[in-house]
Design a protein around this ligand. Structure first.
Ligand code: AMP
Length: 376
C-alpha cells in the first residue's frame, strides 16, 4: 500500500520517496492513521517490520499543530531500553523532521556519557528519546520537565515494563500528566504484561501483525549440535566458508563475548566485542564500525538483541542460546529486516539440549521458537 492515502503531508511523502520507502509496511498502514487521530496504540509486530517509522511519521505531523512551547518542556517522550536504540530511534526522527515547515527538535539522552552536554542540548527540544535512568537524572536536575507530555511511546514495551525497569518506570509514570496519548510497541508481549498494558492504555487500537512466536519467514534457521569446545572452530569455519560480509554473534556474557572475539582476531578474522562493561564511547564506535562494514564480526551480549537495525545483515549466530525463546526471537530479528532475507544459526551444545528437554514446559516453548529447517 502506498503512503499517499495515510494522511501524511507532501513534505514527508517527499522524504519517504528519497529514503526509498515505496510502500507502507502493514504496521505503518494501521498505526499511522490511528496515531494521527490521537488514539492509543498497542503494536505487536515482528522486529524489523518498520515500527519506528510507524510512530515517528504521525508524531512529527501532530507536532506541527500541537506542541508545548515552554522551554525544556518536551511534548513527546520515547522510552527505550538501551543507549544504542535511543540513538537509532532519534536518527529516524532526524531523518524526517528537517523536511517539515515547522522545525521539530529531537534529542537522544542515555547514560554512560557525560550529562552536561545533554543538559545544554535539551534547550528547545520537542521530542526526547531516552533510557529511563538518565532521564530521571535530567529531571532531578531540572534540565527537562515531563509535566506537559502529550505522547508517551514505549519502544520494546515488554522490556520497558518488566522487572528490570520497574522502579524507574514507576517514578517516571508519576511525573507524566494523566491525560496523554500512549503508544506501546514490541515484537513480543508476555501474558503477565497484558494487565499492565491494559492499565496504561486507553481504548487502544491493537495492531497485531504477526503472532508473537511467528518469526519472519524470510529468516532461514539452522541449529548445529556441537560440543562446547568445537564451537570456536565451527564458527571460524562458517565465517570463512560462507563469506558473509557481516556477522553478528551473540554470547550469554561479556566475558564470553571478549573470549570469542579474541579467538577470531587470533585467527585473522576482523572482530570486535560489545557488552555492558565497555565504555559508551567504545560501544558506539564498535556498532558504528560494524554498521559501516569496517568490522566483519561483532560479538555481543543481549545488549544488541533488541531493536538494533543493521541494514542487510545477512547472518546472526547464537554462539550460546539466550535465556528464553522470546530473547531468541529478538536476537535473530537483527537479520531478515525490512523484508530482506537472513540466516540465523544456533550452536547448541549437547548439554544444553538435555537441560532444555528436561523440562517439558521449557522445551515446549523452545521447540516452537527454535524451528530450524536443518538440524546438523
Ligand atoms: P524498524 O522495524 O523500525 O527498526 O525498521 C526496520 C528497517 O526497515 C529500517 O532500516 C527502516 O529504515 C526500514 N523501513 C521501515 N519502513 C520501511 C518502508 N516502508 N519501506 C522500506 N524500508 C522501510
Amino acid at each position: 500500500m502506498s503512503f499517499t492515502t495515510l494522511g501524511l503531508s507532501p513534505a514527508l511523502l517527499n522524504v519517504l520517496s528519497e529514503q526509498k520507502y515505496t510502500k507502507a509496511y502493514p504496521i505503518q498502514k494501521s498505526a499511522i492513521p490511528a496515531i494521527l487521530k490521537g488514539g492509543d496504540v498497542l503494536g505487536i509486530a515482528a522486529t524489523g517490520s518498520g515500527k519506528t517509522a510507524s510512530f515517528v511519521l504521525p508524531l512529527l505531523m501532530n507536532l506541527q499543530n500541537n506542541r508545548v512551547t515552554k522551554n525544556r518542556h518536551v511534548s513527546v517522550l520515547v522510552l527505550v531500553p538501551t543507549r544504542e536504540l535511543a540513538v537509532q530511534v532519534n536518527e529516524v526522527f532526524s531523518t524526517f523532521a528537517p523536511a517539515l515547515p515547522k522545525p521539530v527538535k529531537s534529542l537522544a539522552v542515555y547514560g554512560g556519557v557525560s550529562i552536561n552536554p545533554q543538559m545544554i542540548a535539551l534547550q528547545g527540544v520537542n521530542v526526547l528519546v531516552a533510557t529511563p535512568g538518565r532521564l530521571l537524572e535530567l529531571v532531578e536536575s531540572k534540565a527537562v520537565h515531563l509535566s506537559d507530555i502529550k505522547t508517551l511511546v514505549l519502544d520494546e514495551a515488554d522490556k520497558m515494563l518488566n522487572l528490570g525497569f520497574k522502579d524507574e518506570m514507576n517514578q517516571l509514570f508519576a511525573l507524566l500528566p494523566k491525560k496523554r496519548q500512549n503508544l506501546l510497541f514490541s515484537a513480543t508481549l508476555s501474558d503477565d504484561l497484558n494487565q499492565i498494558t491494559q492499565f496504561l492504555l486507553n481504548n487502544p487500537l491493537v495492531i497485531k501483525i504477526a503472532p508473537e512466536t511467528n518469526i519472519l519467514s524470510q529468516i532461514d534457521q539452522v541449529a548445529y549440535y556441537v560440543l562446547e569446545e568445537r564451537k570456536g572452530p565451527l564458527l571460524r569455519y562458517l565465517i570463512k566458508t560462507k563469506k558473509w560480509q557481516q556477522v553478528l554473534v551473540f554470547t550469554s556474557s561479556g566475558f564470553k563475548a571478549e573470549a570469542v572475539a579474541d579467538k577470531l582476531i587470533k585467527h585473522g578474522i576482523d572482530a570486535e566485542a560489545i557488552h555492558g562493561k565497555k565504555s559508551q564511547w567504545v560501544r558506539t564506535e564498535a556498532l558504528r564500525q560494524f554498521k559501516s562494514g569496517a568490522i566483519q564480526v561483532l560479538v555481543s551480549t543481549d545488549l544488541l538483541a533488541r531493536g538494533i537495525d543493521i541494514e542487510f545483515l545477512p547472518c546472526v549466530i547464537n554462539y550460546e542460546l539466550p535465556r528464553s525463546p522470546k530473547d531468541y526471537i529478538h536476537r535473530i530479528g537483527r537479520t531478515g529486516r525490512a523484508e530482506a532475507p537472513g540466516e540465523a544459526i544456533s550452536l547448541v551444545a549437547p548439554m544444553m539440549s538435555i537441560i532444555l528437554k528436561s523440562s517439558k514446559k521449557r522445551w515446549g516453548a523452545w521447540s516452537t521458537a527454535l524451528k530450524p529447517k536443518t538440524l546438523i
